[in-house]
Design a protein around this ligand. Structure first.
Ligand code: NAG
Ligand code: NAG
Ligand code: NAG
Ligand code: NAG
Ligand code: NAG
Ligand code: NAG
Length: 715
């Protein structure tokens, strides 16, 4: 109705105006672009309604979605033709940047320009596959039980039996579409989509969709710099899971408790360093307070308001669904405040961080829409912006900031002031298990697809090529088919924007962290006081390309992507991994008895109580170079009701120093032997006590979890 009204106006306008001066051309073009954008908005509304129905599993959902998605391709092609015909070179004056931008985005809508039959093939394949994966209820959850995708994720996270894990993965694979079909009929569509958008090579086309010159090349270079850290994490993982002989060998994917290997978070308990206090408390508090689903999003909303970015309006929560599957799916109607999402109610640190990321993503959309100059296409451009990924990612980093954890009641700040670097190390490990495998997976998925399309892989080997590629590139043993379980793959979307987004989010983090006066200052507070540069980029939407905004976003520290943000962020982890992997660290068990040598409580905290506050370590992640606080904390543990998992026991039984080389060289070595024995005796006593305490707590914790689980299943 609205478009018709506009059409009428335009007709009137065309009748009334005569002559072909450039001013008229411009006005004509503006009216047409406005009209086209209104039509796009209507399309968005209808597609969102259909997508929502399908997500909630209504019976007609899938057919509605298919119908809308198919129609969209026809629509986008037609709009492009219309804009093209109205566009003449002299319609735009030199300072018409915004209009030029709108025209450009409408003329290059990406894959939707595919020939109609081919577009329909693409969306039909993807919609059907994704619907089947999400709605199937006959996945193998072990012990002869079948389950939904959500339950499969949960079982996969918990299961310890290798054989059962493998079966779970296989049962998921049996629900995926035909790899052969994908390779023959879907992936090659990318070549045709490139041609329709006037690009010779798919790589150039993807670079253009990402709006970063040489994006894939840049990503490869960045990856070379991050790769050493990934390899160390991989080796450490192999060491912990399979022992020294497995180091450097490809890891079977099911051992990562992950379907596609893009996130190793489920391994955390097997990889924790020897003082996992912060992990245990955060994990236990999340479970006890049941912070999943809506509650996790409420926490994210709190952080948004602490950052002065404005909260999500309540209607978004009211209308969203918390009974679905994670990761969160956001549906956008392209209208004021009309965004909803489907997520799961399961509690985990990953889901907690994901909720923060999703909430920020939605907030980003709302902030972009607040800026009245942002018409439809400037909000919803079919482009892969790294900033659009990085800002929400930055929010998820902040969700594990010590001050945020304190305010969320997950981990008291006072506790963080002891053993600061140990806690930082654990947090870095949690985050690394989430991000490093993603970086690797993203670039692997893009590179492999380009290799296949460029004919770099002999035709006869194509169907085995993903497994080979992943083995060599990622050191992960996978199957050939798991790649077609991924929505980005099924829809032929590049991962490049997400890859660059992860790199950029650490630069954003660093740009704020380096401005802090002291490492103990509240980063969230600082960001809140200096959030204008975040708001500015969000308000701009797609008015400018994202690389143009990077410099302002980073407070002019850097004007492009740099790997140093991420490598500096993980420096503690990097050193820890070096120490763990260094064969010379075999004698670490002896190193660890250092504490009794030093009578000062700061470094000798093996006793039951420590009331003397330890000087908070004055180092930010970026500058620290020691990790010497080898303190076993037992004070609060004795009172804590929240102990979880076996990690405490295992890690203390097998203590491995974190970075004590400097201490070995200190002059107290003369009296080492005596102290060594005393130390061993004290340590043994403490271990015995600890084991007893923890065993008791585990029993009571188990009961708690059991009770919770019963409540959850009833809820
Ligand atoms: C699963 O079922 C098969 C036969 O249906 C049976 O042989 C097997 O023991 C069952 N396994 C478990 C773990 O219950
Ligand atoms: C790409 O386009 C060409 C020409 O229109 C067509 O023959 C070919 O089948 C298309 N490719 C795919 C995978 O559909
Ligand atoms: C999930 O919740 C939504 C609304 O919140 C509801 O419409 C839908 O039927 C629910 N689905 C299931 C499977 O319970
Ligand atoms: C909105 O756009 C108009 C013209 O395109 C411009 O004059 C105005 O400054 C813009 N407003 C803002 C807030 O940027
Ligand atoms: C394996 O990867 C390395 C670098 O990542 C590359 O140089 C080598 O050619 C690859 N080998 C195969 C067989 O693909
Ligand atoms: C970024 O800054 C460097 C020097 O600091 C300069 O050489 C380069 O051209 C700048 N790049 C952009 C995109 O502005």
């Amino acid at each position: 109705m609205r478009p018709n009204f506009f059409l009428l106006c335009i007709c009137f306008y065309a009748l009334l105006s005569s002559g072909t001066s450039s001013g008229d051309d411009r006005r004509w073009l503006v009216s047409l672009v406005d009209l086209v954008e209104f039509d796009y908005q209507d399309q968005c509304d209808q597609r969102a309604t259909a997508a929502w129905e399908e997500l909630l599993g209504s019976t007609k959902g899938l057919s509605m979605k298919l119908e809308r998605d198919k129609a969209f391709g026809i629509f986008a092609r037609k709009q492009k033709t219309d804009v093209e015909s109205a566009f003449t070179a002299h319609a735009l004056s030199a300072d018409d940047d915004t209009l030029r931008r709108r025209v450009k985005l409408l003329l290059q809508p990406g894959d939707a320009l595919l020939d109609t039959q081919q577009w329909i093939r693409l969306v039909t394949f993807a919609d059907n596959a994704l619907n089947r994966i999400r709605t199937s209820t006959d996945y193998d959850c072990g012990a002869n039980t079948t389950c939904s995708l959500r339950e499969l994720h949960n079982s996969l996270a918990r299961e310890q039996d290798e054989q059962v894990l493998r079966q779970m993965k296989l049962s998921w694979e049996s629900h995926l579409p035909e790899l052969h079909d994908y390779l023959e009929n879907i992936l090659p569509l990318l070549r045709n989509a490139s041609k329709e958008n006037h690009y010779e090579l798919v790589e150039e086309y993807w670079d253009a969709l990402c709006e970063y010159e040489g994006a894939l090349l840049a990503a490869r270079e960045l990856w070379q710099r991050v790769r050493p850290l990934y390899l160390k994490l991989h080796k450490y993982t192999a060491l912990k899971l399979r022992g020294p002989s497995a180091v450097g060998e490809p890891l079977p994917i099911h051992l990562l408790h992950s379907l596609t290997g893009d996130d190793w978070s489920n391994l955390i308990e097997k990889l924790l360093p020897k003082h996992p206090d912060i992990y245990q408390k955060v994990h236990a508090n999340l479970q006890l307070k049941d912070i999943g689903g809506l509650k996790a999003f409420k926490e994210a909303n709190n952080l948004l308001s602490q950052l002065n970015l404005g909260e999500l309006p309540p209607e978004i929560f009211l209308e969203s669904a918390f009974n679905g599957t994670c990761p969160t799916t956001v549906v956008d109607w392209c209208q004021p405040n009309k965004v909803r999402f489907v997520t799961c109610k399961d509690v985990s640190i990953q889901n907690y961080m994901d909720a923060h990321e999703a909430a920020m993503k939605i907030r980003y959309k709302l902030i972009t829409a607040l800026h009245s100059n942002n018409t439809y296409i400037l909000r919803e451009a079919p482009r892969y912006s790294a900033i659009y990924e990085a800002v929400p990612g930055f929010m998820s980093l902040l969700s594990l900031n010590p001050h945020t954890l304190d305010r969320a009641g997950l981990y008291p700040l006072e506790r963080f002031n002891y053993n600061t670097n140990h806690h930082r190390l654990v947090l870095q490990l949690i985050i690394a298990l989430r991000d490093l495998p993603k970086l690797n997976y993203y670039i692997a998925a893009d590179t492999w697809r380009l290799d296949v399309l460029m004919g770099k892989i002999p035709y006869a080997k194509i169907e085995d090529s993903w497994r080979d590629f992943r083995k060599n590139f990622s050191l992960i043993e996978t199957s050939n088919v798991d790649i077609v379980g991924d929505p980005y793959i099924l829809l032929n979307k590049p991962y490049i924007g997400k890859f660059l987004g992860i790199i950029l989010k650490y630069q954003i983090y660093q740009s704020f962290a380096e401005e802090l006066i002291s490492d103990d200052s509240d980063l969230v507070k600082h960001v809140a006081e200096n959030n204008q540069r975040l708001i500015d980029v969000m308000m701009q939407g797609f008015v400018a390309t994202w690389p143009e905004m990077v410099s302002d976003l980073l407070a002019k520290r850097e004007n492009g992507l740099e790997y140093t943000g991420i490598t500096d962020y993980f420096r503690l982890l990097d050193e820890y991994l070096d120490n763990q992997l260094d064969p010379a660290s075999d004698n670490m068990v002896e190193d660890y008895v250092d504490p009794p040598v030093e009578p000062e409580p700061q470094e000798n905290d093996i006793s039951e109580k420590s009331d003397t506050p330890i000087e908070p370590n004055n180092e930010l992640d970026k500058t620290h170079d020691d990790i010497h606080e080898n303190i076993i904390e037992t004070d609060d543990d004795t009172n804590s009701k929240y102990e979880t998992s076996t990690v405490g026991v295992l890690e203390i039984k097998n203590p491995v120093g974190v970075g004590d080389q400097n201490e070995i060289e200190n002059p107290k070595e003369a009296s080492y032997n005596v102290y060594w024995w005393i130390g061993v005796a004290v340590a043994l006593a403490v271990i015995v006590i600890l084991v007893a305490i923890i065993a008791r707590k585990r029993r009571s914790h188990k009961k708690q979890v059991e009770r919770q689980r019963r409540q959850n299943t009833r809820a």
